[in-house]
Design a protein around this ligand. Sequence first.
Ligand code: FES
Ligand SMILES: [Fe+2]
Length: 335
Amino acid sequence: MPERSIFRAGERLAPREVVGVDPQLEDWRQCSPAWIAGALAKAQARPSGGWYALDGSDALGREPRRFVVAGRELVAWRGPQGALRVAPDACPHMGASLSEGHVCEGRVVCPWHGLALGDEGRGRWRPLPSHDDGVVLWVRLEAPGEAVTARPILPERPAAPIAAVVRMEARCAPEDVIQNRLDPWHGAHFHPHTFAQLRVLERGDDEITVRVAYRLLGRVGIEVDARFHCVDPRTIVMTIVRGEGTGSVVETHATPLGDGRTAVIEATLATSDRPAFRVLRRFGALLVRPFMERIARRLWVEDAAYAERLAALRGGAATAERGEDRRHEAGAGRG
Ligand code: FES
Ligand SMILES: [Fe+2]
């Protein structure tokens, strides 16, 4: 069925030569499983520095919070001057869950017998390397044979963005999340409420640039060119390279939980050179952020179903039904 035309708001982008795919082919013919597998293999060969995204920086308040990463139970809290601290969740005294305790003067206090734990550690218990980049919280876990870096490997970010982060979980592996994002062809077919007229402009070995109309309201949309590339094995970044919001990025981080599930931590860092954006950032960020989170969450409900389907096909597990349930939930608000 031919796509209905979109009324474009904002900048009209000049036509570009298509590189790396045959523009005459339908999407399903362009979308090559072999290319996706190759790009995914290249992403997986990149170093991670040992870093794993936990959640958005704003998601950790005054109380300690439990995370699981690659099967390890961790507690995160705000230490001295609000700095991020992450450590094993089990108290070194008798094993209580520290995330059920509280924080006092930058130390996490055990709920069972009141042991206050801080940077000096106790026995073999001590905080792990962690980093708060102002948008995303990170922890570093040592893996045999993997070189560590002092900081997470971050993509180029806009200087003064409005940032919003969502965290969701899916029954799949991190590579299923990355694979979903390495298939931009599904955009207008699988998320027709948000995207239209998506065309691949350029396909390299391990990155891909698309032109897509992003729906603002019904058939009114803005046209942008967006590039997808992986910066580490568990992070894929979409950068707006032309059109409204050039320089904005969406970072999708996939963190294995260790029980066949993966946390998707997606950070949207929006920017614009329009004067109105600066006003919005200063006075309206609190209003805009929930809207950005709602859009990201809606897309990820669907993309989690896609990733779970990949995992089910790979592992033969019957998890696709769960994905179907999610899509029905998401469909309640489809436009
Ligand atoms: S178990 Fe933590 S102080 Fe006893
Ligand atoms: Fe998607």
